[in-house]
Design a protein around this ligand. Structure first.
Ligand SMILES: Cc1cc2nc3c(=O)[nH]c(=O)nc-3n(C[C@H](O)[C@H](O)[C@H](O)COP(=O)(O)OP(=O)(O)OC[C@H]3O[C@@H](n4cnc5c(N)ncnc54)[C@H](O)[C@@H]3O)c2cc1C
Length: 315
């Protein structure tokens, strides 16, 4: 069966959910092989085995994580030489950079923002800010496919993968940018924005930093992540790392709730592949209502607290 390489996305000992989505997808395309780069595989081995890779390549030399993305590119390049049918990476900022660099090295094609792939390796991907769904296939070399987090429904398939140690001799070019320091970002209780299955976002309609607690209250009642429009982040009401949209994060949760957000094309670009979209806006003509599954015309300061209360009561 054709081998499909999957780059494991992990940080601080935690394997990102998108890895399991990629393994689920890879199993539908051929024989999944996970590629672990950096120290710490042992602690993650059981979790990875739950998603059915036939093999795990472990390149655990600490040097591989001492530089920015180039060592990951060289590791995948080395493994691709065994004749992989495709290489799957997450469509995150780092994953897309790896995909682009790897495509140059392998002289092959790359597809980004993919939301599905069929057995013939035809990818469905979201382009022009999510406004168009296109089908595309790489016609030259090993296809490199960057898949959006949350696009693939998880399916566990517990197994016992074969583990193969890999050693990679890094080129001098791969050592051109060294990581000199790492600061672990303090994590709150809420799920990661790009991985959350529910996201509640606030926009200019929220009216100020202090009022964002209304959005956070609803998010916490649902176990959701909090997002914000650029109007809200530019105003300093919410940190930029939570901005959703063309110049912010791309999210694709099961449920996206937009409160006080008009639905500008640049905001839609980051959330319109969400499975179910709800908007709360006091303007019935707001463009966001064109793409929602459910729309509430009303003042968010009345609607959101009532919603939070109802949800909390039912828990
Ligand atoms: C190159 C470029 C990149 C950009 N990238 C992004 C991006 O990544 N993400 C992004 O979000 N934007 C981005 N923008 C900005 C985008 O064009 C919009 O300006 C922005 O999305 C508007 O944010 P908003 O919907 O919160 O504000 P507005 O458009 O001002 O809408 C506020 C909405 O709140 C409603 N409202 C007001 N008060 C209440 C209330 N009490 N209750 C209920 N509803 C209320 C109003 O009716 C209105 O619809 C980008 C723009 C450019 C040019």
């Amino acid at each position: 069966m054709a081998e499909i390489l999957v780059l494991v996305d992990h940080a601080d000992g935690e394997v990102k959910k998108v890895t399991f989505e990629l393994l689920t997808l890879a199993r539908s395309l051929g024989e999944a092989s996970a590629v672990w780069i950096g120290p710490g595989y042992e602690a993650a081995a059981d979790k990875i085995a739950q998603y059915g890779p036939a093999k795990v390549y472990v390149a655990d030399d600490a040097e591989l994580t001492g530089y920015v993305v180039a060592p990951k590119v060289e590791t995948l390049q080395q493994l691709a030489a065994n004749g992989a049918a495709a290489i799957l990476v997450p469509a995150t900022a780092e994953g897309k950079e790896i995909a682009g660099r790897l495509a140059v090295r392998l002289d092959s094609g790359v597809l980004t923002d993919v939301v599905g792939v069929n057995g013939d390796l035809v990818a469905e991907h979201s382009i022009f800010g999510g406004g168009v769904i296109a089908h595309a296939k790489v016609t030259k070399g090993t296809p490199i496919i960057a898949v959006r987090p949350n696009a693939i429904a998880l399916e566990a398939a517990p197994g016992s993968p074969a583990v193969e140690q890999v050693s990679v001799a890094l080129s001098d070019a791969a050592k051109a940018a060294k990581i000199t320091d790492r600061v672990v970002q303090e994590k709150g209780e809420r799920p990661d924005l790009t991985e959350a299955s529910i996201v509640v976002s606030g926009g200019r309609g929220v009216g100020g930093a202090e009022n964002f607690k209304v959005i956070e209250g609803l998010a916490d009642s649902l176990g959701a992540a909090v997002g914000a429009s650029r109007a809200a982040t530019d105003a300093g009401w919410y940190p930029h790392q939570f901005q959703v949209g063309q110049t912010g994060k791309t999210v694709s949760p099961q449920l996206y709730i937009a409160a006080g957000i008009s639905g500008a094309i640049q905001h839609r670009a980051g959330m319109q592949t969400s499975k179910t979209i709800i908007a709360i806006n006091k303007d019935p003509e707001a463009p966001i209502f064109e793409l929602v599954d459910y729309g509430v015309v009303g003042d968010l300061f009345q609607v959101v607290p009532q919603l939070t209360e109802e949800i909390t009561k039912r828990k």
